[in-house]
Design a protein. Structure first.
Ligand code: SF4
Length: 297
């Protein structure tokens, strides 16, 4: 039995039953992929169903206004994704559904990972979407690197050529790897119970204890913080948007005390104005004279 068959056998028994795995519809798969960017699986599950009720097809989503999609996205965060998804739907309705990975990649808002994921999951292409999870498992399994970084992606892709089955369920391999990555091949892997233990080039290193799990390092982020505020601007922008969603319209000078209990008119008003400007520029808010509303177009 090949390692791919062993993995698929394990996946059939232990894989997660996620709603977007029950479909090959590229639209539904794209919705799940965009939602899963920066949001946990459990949270996405509920939003995914609600979104599909409102916007079940490319056409229905393409017709939606900014306001429609911003309201429907409420609570998921990173609201730009709602507009990106709607814009992709508009392009697909005009140009047709892409049939190749390159075709998906040419759509604005779709990166190499998402293009490969839709090609594999919706169109059964033999391709490998590489994210942190896939990198960790395949870097260990195929290259013997206990903690592979992005610089190994090319080597992983090359080595995966012989790992991905030429026929059969190659399109299920990435999903199986995701599940192995989140349940067994985690940062500190449980190699003793792993279905790939006998094939894995890194298993011995973990099993004989010669590899130490690196200490958690605090990730440096590029997120902007205003003076001594406890949260990055992203959180306050989310609060501004939520307020407008709930109130319908808000004046610029009203935002401060409502989104930040430590608001200081002198020190913070320009900061608030800049965040509102950015939301307006991103198409998430609209300004009519002095009032801020959701955009209607
Ligand atoms: S044997 Fe260990 S390191 Fe290798 S894939 Fe399985 S859990 Fe990961």
């Amino acid at each position: 039995m090949t390692s791919a068959s062993r993995l698929l056998k394990w996946y059939d028994r232990h894989g997660r039953a996620l709603p977007w795995r029950r479909t090959r519809d590229p639209y539904r798969i794209l919705v799940s992929e965009i939602m899963l960017q920066q949001t946990q699986v459990e949270r996405v599950k509920n939003f995914y169903k609600g979104w599909l009720k409102l916007f079940p097809t490319w056409k229905r989503l393409a017709r939606a206004t900014n306001e429609d999609v911003i309201r429907a996205w409420a609570g998921l965060g990173y609201n730009r994704r709602a507009l990106i998804l709607r814009d992709i739907a508009r392009e697909v309705v005009t140009r047709g559904v892409p049939t190749t990975e390159t075709g998906w990649f040419t759509l604005k808002g779709i990166g190499p990972y998402t293009a490969a994921a839709i090609s594999a999951f919706a169109q059964k292409r033999r391709t490998l979407p590489i994210d942190t999870n896939i990198r960790r498992v395949l870097g260990r399994l195929l290259l013997g690197k206990p903690f592979p970084t992005m610089m190994y992606d090319k080597l992983i892709r090359r080595a995966a050529e012989s790992f991905l089955p030429k026929h059969g369920r190659h399109y299920d391999i990435p999903q199986a790897v995701f599940d192995l990555a989140t349940s067994i091949c985690t940062k500190t892997p449980q190699c003793a119970i792993c279905p790939l233990r006998d094939d894995c080039k890194a298993a011995k290193l973990f099993l004989n204890g010669s590899t130490k799990t690196p200490k958690r390092t605090t990730k440096k982020t590029n997120e902007r913080h205003h003076r001594d505020k406890p949260f990055p601007d992203r959180i306050y922008r989310g609060r501004i948007l939520r307020l407008v969603r709930e109130w319908g319209q808000v004046r610029n000078r009203e935002f401060g005390p409502l989104i930040d209990p430590t608001f200081d008119q002198k020190l913070d008003q320009m900061w608030i104005n800049a965040m509102v400007d950015r939301l307006v520029n991103d198409g998430l808010l609209s300004r009519k004279r002095n009032k801020i509303t959701l955009p209607t177009s």
